[in-house]
Design a binder for this molecule. Sequence first.
Ligand code: ATP
Length: 303
Amino acid sequence: MANYCVQTKNLTYSFSGKEAILKNINLEVEEGCIYGFLGPNGAGKTTTLRLLLGLLKKQHGSIAVFGQSFEKNRLEILKRTGSLIESPSLYGHLTADENLLLLQKIYQCPKERIRKVLELVGLTQTGKKKVSQFSLGMKQRLSIAVAILNSPSLLVLDEPTNGLDPNGIIEMRELLKHINRHQGVTILVSSHLLTEIEKLVTHVGVIHKGSLLFQGTLAELQSKQLQQSVLAFETGNDVMALRIIRDNELSATIDNGRIVMEMMEKEKVAFVNEQLVNNGVSVYSISITKNDLETIFINLTNN
Ligand code: ATP
């Protein structure tokens, strides 16, 4: 049986007694994984993460972290958890070093950790530069340094790539992978974009309107996504192409100047292509259009 770093059972939450924002969330984050918590704006990601960090008081259900009840071992669990949630709390008038020094004193962790985490996040060269003069990417990396200063076993990050440019997103991804692999830290990271985290995560939970619609490995989600993909043929004569395909007892439609068909095995794709070409229809391109996350959400909800 898998060892869970975070496990919630029927976690349910509502703000001021109104309709539930979270409905029976059963989160299972395996130890050592990078878990992507995906959902559109307002789905309930931040609320879930705040509950896991004790920033909101749990109402129904249970939360276990490192195999222990959160309620009963709150401080011990939080000591082993690093987090970045909402805006990072950095002092703009201090340098990176000084910001970390303050926290090192609070945590009472070894002073060498400061150099170590600055190296990890690539901020050893900032010297006397004040944090207020940092770029957003640098601030974000410093916030990660703060989160890992106390050598946590679990890192909880709420949309850490928000506002970053494509380069910053790649840097953040590499940094988190490094921390996971080399420091053995389990990472729970939220995002509203599958494309932004699919090169990072090993596991995925999809939340929509407060319900967990899917939970599993990234490969499982991708295979669902592929099953729901469509094939598009760009041809020289769509009307004729449609007739040929239908003559072969296959179904297709014309959409946006392309012949669109349900996903099928590659041998069948080759067969359709052959039929079109042999009957004088030019085929300019064959492509797979993957459903975006929004469509997957809708399909998951309908199922
Ligand atoms: P986002 O990416 O936009 O932050 P999210 O998935 O993190 O989205 P949450 O912030 O958890 O979503 O919000 C879930 C729902 O709870 C939303 O409908 C939001 O309006 C509502 N909500 C959040 N905080 C409060 C609050 N303090 N009081 C009342 N409702 C709230």
